[in-house]
Design a protein around this ligand. Structure first.
Ligand SMILES: [Zn+2]
Length: 405
């Protein structure tokens, strides 16, 4: 039996590393305890779920062949998940990411040898140009891009780099420990992308099996939507369409972080002739929120209104619906009165149906749900009346704003 500590990069990266370790070590993990932004993990040396590494190695081998099409990648729940998290469209980035995964698997060492309390300083993991270390891409860290902010100035800096094991486990964490909701929009200026990444983390001391249960809520393919969702709307969307579990016996937080990429064409200042593309990528927003009650509320809604996941999917089709999804998420999280948002949803559904007049009412989902929405209102009102206090522990951090291009 050994006790290890995650390295202390930041809560996002350490949570991904913790999820990666639990996925690989499975039943060998006895206990996990969050200490600030790190995790203390008690485990025995032998990884129980080596196929997680084998599958990743197989895919890395396949996708190292650059002729493999992006459509093929989109069907993968392993490297496809990493691809959907990546907002850096530079053609060099994803192939390098895949080859770094291959190298990190070849260098893999049991964590009991590596993750001592001095790990980070021993490997000199920091903003660095060292070719022995691996770039911690924006989705794996949120804050360690090429540019950083200091005294309100944006300064160019080296990427944050980590050892092969931190790189490997944070990637396993993205694959198995997160849900990703992505929207790409073409504009006359270029493509704008928004990526919301969610992970569930324990607040107190738990068993390895407890964290594996949390992974079942979120793992699977990344989700691509035509419409942008706020972090709260993403939370409701993912928890509603995912597996339904009524009761988690320990305190759980959902950590959500958002990445944005915007592309714009700017005139070259020197000759004013050509236009050049400039992409701006940034980690924008994080929230952490205790979600035990929300999980239970959603499970009860789904039990009494089994079309709820389809209903949520219907709202996530256009901007007005996405706004109502955010309002509904706020209502459930902060226990507001349900009737104002239900009235807005009802108007929206009828309005959408009237724009589809050629479709018979029986065939239109908008019409069917408009007829049923008062049933949902009663169910929501009844359920929320049993949860008097708002969900506690929402922490927002907008100071994470860092830049990279
Ligand atoms: Zn490391």
């Amino acid at each position: 039996m050994a006790i290890i500590y995650t390295p202390g990069h930041n809560l996002i990266t350490d949570s991904l590393i913790m999820h990666g370790i639990v996925r690989l070590y499975g039943d060998s993990v006895r206990e996990i305890e969050r200490i600030g932004e790190k995790y203390k993990i008690e485990l025995i040396e032998d990884p129980k779920n080596k196929e997680a590494l084998e599958i990743l190695a197989e895919e890395a081998e396949i996708y190292a062949d650059k002729s493999i099409s992006k459509a093929f990648l989109g069907s993968s729940t392993i490297l496809g998940k990493i691809n959907i998290s990546n907002i850096n469209e530079s053609p060099k980035v994803f192939p390098k990411w895949v080859s770094d995964i291959k190298n990190s698997i070849e260098n893999f060492e049991p964590v009991t040898h590596l993750y001592t309390s001095e790990h980070k300083s021993k490997f000199k993991e920091e903003r660095s140009r060292s070719s022995k270390l691996y770039t911690l891409h924006l989705p794996l860290s949120l804050i360690y891009g090429k540019y950083s902010q200091s005294d309100y100035k944006v300064i160019k800096d080296s990427y944050y780099r980590v050892c092969y094991n931190c790189f490997l486990f944070s990637n396993l964490g993205i694959i198995y420990g997160t849900s990703i909701v992505r929207t790409d929009k073409r504009t006359s200026e270029g493509t704008n992308s928004v990526v919301n990444i969610l992970t569930l983390i324990p607040v107190e001391k738990v068993r390895g099996a407890d964290v594996l249960l949390l992974q079942r809520f979120v793992e699977g393919k990344g989700i691509k939507l035509d419409v942008e969702l706020t972090v709260l709307a993403s939370l409701l969307y993912v928890l509603s369409i995912g597996e339904t579990i009524y009761h988690v016996s320990f305190d759980v937080e959902c950590l959500v972080w958002q990445l944005r990429r915007s592309e714009r064409k700017i005139k070259k200042e020197i000759n004013q002739k050509g236009k050049t593309e400039k992409a701006n990528q940034r980690g924008l927003e994080t929230i952490s929120i205790k979600i035990n009650d929300l999980l239970e509320i959603i499970a009860r809604i789904k039990y009494e209104f089994d079309d709820f996941p389809k209903f949520i999917g219907l709202l996530a089709r256009d901007e007005d619906g996405a706004y109502l999804l955010h309002q509904l998420a706020e209502t459930l999280v902060f226990r507001h009165d349900v009737y104002p948002v239900i009235r807005n949803i009802s108007t929206y559904l009828l309005d959408r149906y009237s724009k589809e007049e050629k479709i018979k009412c029986d065939d239109s989902q908008y019409c069917r749900y408009a007829k049923k929405v008062h049933i949902l209102a009663e169910i929501l009102s009844d359920i929320l009346s049993k949860y008097r206090l708002p969900l506690s522990g929402i922490k927002e951090n907008r100071e994470f704003q860092k830049f990279t291009t």
